[in-house]
Design a binder for this molecule. Structure first.
Ligand code: HEM
Length: 516
């Protein structure tokens, strides 16, 4: 309306409702024309056929036909909420990010929680890792923390990601989940074992999204004002405590209430009982990394808390449900590449690719101007650059200003050399190749899953073995035997317990349990 010299959308700004001649809120077409009848389509004669002139009929249905955007290729099934982050402990010795600059500082945050392999509408209680994505709207731009509810991941090289996901989604012919593909891939890629054990342990089916921890999972770099850097790992510990769903209850809920986790979060926030998480970090001096007993950037490993204890940073609290799910959650776009000064990446091979993968997915899912969608725009850090045009441009598109740089107009945006650049980090300067880090062949990949298994209570061990058996029984014998070999290399007793449970399952002729 500004183009027309009219003050912008007065009727929308002051919240007033456009009324009809009957003084009731007026129903309009998408272009704003008054609609007199929304029950009867336009025809010639009482029994006549419809006619082209019924533009409203066509518009209403044409818009309906275009209601869907592609769902996320992974993490499609989820939900989200608004809240805030508050700094409770001074960490300025570690990180110069402005949102961490003083105790008590609050930053608005959007959260989205999800499961990974099911489509939208898939039962919330399926056995799967859970996504834990946060968008901090800071005065230096958005920081997106796109993590999971597990501190590790299945693979440590991004090249394997599409195969991992294909093996856990639907079979190309049957269009069903496929235990053969699932266990074929996992048994051929034993680095997956740590994540597999967590996923099949009781933690593999959290009781809703409030009762699980969140992790950045990767190693990141924090840089302070003096330019000193540390490697860090992010932990978001649930203040509600950990609660998991037993197998039988999860299976039951998948039928009774497939939206169990979505409902649990929504209702608790409505009741004023929104969840909170305590943000802590593990901190490793840069100098330690080359000498740590395994590759500290390997995403299949955790850092020992004895070596690197948790240090508290602040509190995350979610207290507001979205007003409109599609606008605020479905259209939300998170990217590990959205970082603010003071937060940087590590050489983790999965993280490095994730830095660019998510914006690529958003361009496909939401269109080239996805960052103009209100929920993705940072309200505190104005965007000023020379990018222009593209489908669904809804900003002023730079108005009449030049669209190139360098230019000779001093009042236009230009890079500021005084801004701190990235922290200079010396890579080993090796030869370009497809070689894994030397440490990967030296380290014991079975050590951490073994410790995890050995530290489980007898009850958790039994449940983990039972959950694995219930799922793997759907696979071919050769694949089962290969995976049992992986379990055996980890711990004889793990393989033995799974075998025993498999024998019980086979006798009982229970169906293969894909959901939980
Ligand atoms: C979603 C790729 C590993 C957490 C996605 C999406 C893609 C993707 C394409 C959909 C994005 C969208 O359409 O908006 C990858 C690749 C990975 C990888 C290529 C490995 C190479 C991981 C890891 C984590 C993770 C290791 C956690 C530590 C998430 C979460 C979402 C997501 C939480 C959902 C974000 C939301 O709520 O919108 N991933 N991913 N991913 N990924 Fe990953």
């Amino acid at each position: 309306l500004e183009y027309l010299g009219v003050s912008p959308r007065k009727h929308e700004e002051n919240g007033s409702v456009r009324k009809g001649l009957n003084q009731k809120p007026l129903y309009t077409s998408d272009a704003g024309h008054p609609i007199s009848d929304d029950d009867n389509s336009l025809t010639i004669g009482e029994s006549g056929t419809g006619i082209f002139e019924d533009v409203h009929l066509f518009e209403k249905n044409a818009h309906f036909n275009r209601e869907r955007v592609p769902e996320r290729v992974v993490h499609a099934n989820g939900t989200g909420a608004h809240g805030y982050f508050e700094v409770t402990h001074d960490v300025t010795d570690l990180c110069k990010a402005s949102f961490l600059s003083e105790v008590g500082k609050r930053t608005p945050v959007l959260g989205r929680w999800s499961s990974v392999t099911g489509e939208t509408g898939f039962p919330d209680t399926n056995r799967d890792p859970r996504g834990f994505a946060l968008k901090f709207y800071t005065d230096e731009g958005n920081w997106d923390m796109v993590g999971n509810n597990t501190p590790v991941f299945f693979v440590r090289d991004a090249l394997k990601f599409p195969d991992l996901i294909h093996s856990q989604k639907r079979n190309p012919q049957t269009h069903m989940k496929d235990p053969n593909a699932f266990w074929d891939f996992l048994s051929l890629v034993p680095e997956t074992l740590h994540q597999v054990l967590i996923t099949f342990s009781p933690r593999g089916v959290p009781d809703g999204y409030r009762h699980m921890h969140g992790y950045g999972s990767h190693t990141f770099k924090w840089v302070n004002k003096e330019g000193k850097a540390h490697w860090v790992k992010f932990h978001f510990l649930s203040d509600q405590g950990i609660k998991n769903l037993p197998h039988e209850r999860a299976v039951e809920l998948a039928g009774i209430n497939p939206d169990y986790a979505i409902e649990d979060l929504f209702q608790n926030i409505e009741k004023g009982n929104g969840p909170s998480w305590t943000f802590k970090v593990q901190v490793m001096p840069l100098e330690d990394a080359p000498f740590y007993r395994f590759d500290p950037f390997d995403l299949t490993k955790v850092w020992s808390h004895k070596d690197y204890p948790l240090r508290e940073v602040g509190k995350l609290k979610f207290d507001r449900n979205p007003t409109n799910y599609f606008a605020e959650i479905e259209q939300a776009s998170f990217s590990p590449g959205h970082m603010v000064p003071g937060i940087e990446a590590s050489p983790d091979r999965v993280l490095q690719f994730r830095l660019i993968a998510y914006d690529d997915a958003s361009r496909y899912r939401l269109g080239a101007n996805y960052l103009q969608i209100p929920v993705n725009r940072c309200p505190f850090a104005k965007v000023q650059n020379y990018a222009r045009d593209g489908p669904m441009t809804i900003s002023d598109n730079g108005g009449n200003k030049p669209n190139y740089y360098p230019n000779s107009f001093e009042d236009l945006p230009r890079p500021d050399p005084a801004q701190p650049g990235v922290h200079p980090y010396k890579h080993d300067g090796g030869i370009m190749s497809r070689t894994p880090p030397k440490k990967w062949s030296e380290q014991d990949d079975y050590e951490q899953p073994r410790t995890l298994w050995q530290q489980m209570s007898a009850e958790d061990k039994e449940m983990t073995a039972k959950n694995i058996a219930g799922h793997i029984q759907g696979a071919k014998e050769t694949i089962i035997q290969r995976q049992l070999g992986v379990f055996r290399r980890c711990d004889e007793s793990l393989a033995k317990q799974v075998e025993e449970m498999l024998a019980v399952k086979r006798k009982s002729q229970d169906p293969y349990t894909m959901v939980a």
